[in-house]
Design a protein around this ligand. Structure first.
Ligand code: FAD
Length: 343
């Protein structure tokens, strides 16, 4: 059980900057995100595209912005809990909040900041009758431990970076290599890094990897085990492809998910906040960034940064009820310099 002044749901750009603004007010924070890396939409959707409207940075990219934010918040040492979807948020009898993730992390927080953007990114599922029952045993949407595929017959479905990278990796990992790896995609054209495509073709040439064009149309199950998939080829013929493990990489899609179940006022799937403190309908729970709505709201990163600033000030009375807070400048305040470690 982790006790904290503030728990931030979402490590997108706005959730990360929230750490900074809370830190300047000496409010300690933990950050939780369902993705395995911080950065939200900037990293998931446009890591290498240029962004031109971050104040003071005439041009940056999603990845560079996130790297800079991580650097900026480093002095506050806020733990990042990644690969963890926050599923539960409820008030405790003592006024604080119980927060829990699907995978069992538990927090007690004096304040909560929801920076959930367009929702928790989830892998897009392969929808074939009966297949979902094998998720976590023989059906995988992410790879936590590549060693588990050693000596197994693996089919990797998808045509993007993740599919190609994992197919290549599993086909070439020395003694930990899979017994066989087949990459299955709708057609022989991929949306992945050219280097990964070249590597895939070289591995096919060397007969360490097979490629098949087609779509999964069904499964075969024997004694409760997934033994094969049925693949509908471009020629209209359905073939049976035996396997031990099925890896599916269809990309990620955001799902507002649990945030909608926490009893907070919503308007068109967005959290209603005031524009003074960015507090939700529940005192002590703040919301910032793309997840909020208020008159005039614009889904821009710089708007989220402003919201995070006012939300941090709004939280002070919950964390330090007796403390008077004055605005200090980072240029001139010795105390802020101390907090930032610049003296
Ligand atoms: P997000 O970036 O969406 O991050 C939210 C995070 O919360 C995610 O990582 C998600 O996994 C996590 N999360 C949600 N629910 C949970 C939960 N229950 N448990 C754990 N984690 C959870 N904006 C600009 O200002 N300038 C631009 O040029 C610009 N270009 C863009 C280009 C594209 C293609 C797109 C799609 C958007 C662009 N935007 C731009 C918009 C900008 O990316 C968003 O405004 C910004 O990412 C919002 O940040 P956020 O932190 O609020 O949310």
């Amino acid at each position: 059980m982790i006790e904290t002044d503030a728990l931030i749901v979402g490590a997108g750009p706005v959730g990360l900057f929230q750490v900074f603004e809370l830190g300047l007010l000496e409010i300690g924070a933990h950050v939780v995100d369902s993705l395995p890396q911080p950065g939200g939409q900037c990293i998931e959707l446009y890591p290498d595209k240029p962004i031109y409207d971050i104040p003071g940075l005439p041009a940056t990219s999603g990845r560079e912005l996130v790297d800079r934010l991580l650097q900026q918040i480093a002095p506050f040492q806020a733990p990042l809990h990644l690969d963890q979807e926050v599923s539960l948020l409820q008030r405790r009898p003592d006024g604080r909040f119980d927060v829990a993730t699907r995978r069992g992390l538990q927090f007690i927080a004096k304040t909560v900041f929801i920076a959930g953007g367009v929702g928790a990114f989830q892998p897009k599922p392969l929808r074939v009758e009966g297949l979902a029952a094998f998720e976590g045993t023989q059906l995988h949407y992410r790879v936590d431990d590549p060693a588990r595929f050693a000596g197994r017959h693996v089919v990797v479905v998808g045509g993007g970076d993740s599919a190609l990278q994992w197919a290549n990796h599993l086909a070439e990992t020395g003694p930990q290599a899979a017994a066989s790896v087949t990459l299955l995609h709708r057609r022989d054209a991929f949306q992945a890094e050219p280097a990964a495509i070249d590597r895939m073709r070289a591995l096919c040439e060397a007969q360490r990897l097979q490629f098949a064009a087609g779509q999964v149309s069904g499964i075969e199950v024997t004694d409760g085990r997934l033994t094969a998939i049925k693949v509908l080829g471009g020629d209209g013929v359905t073939r049976v492809m035996p396997l031990d493990e099925l890896l599916v990489f269809f990309g990620l899609s955001p799902r507002l998910g649990p945030i909608a179940d926490w009893g907070l006022a919503l308007e068109r799937k967005q959290l209603v906040v005031d524009t003074e403190k960015f507090e939700t309908s529940e005192p002590g729970i703040f919301a910032v960034g793309d997840v909020v709505t208020y008159p005039g709201k614009k889904k821009l990163i710089l708007c989220g940064f402003h919201e995070a600033t006012l939300a941090a000030f709004g939280a002070v009375r919950h964390v330090f009820p007796d403390k008077a807070v004055h605005l200090q400048y980072t240029t001139t305040s010795p105390r802020l310099h101390q907090l930032l470690g610049v003296e």
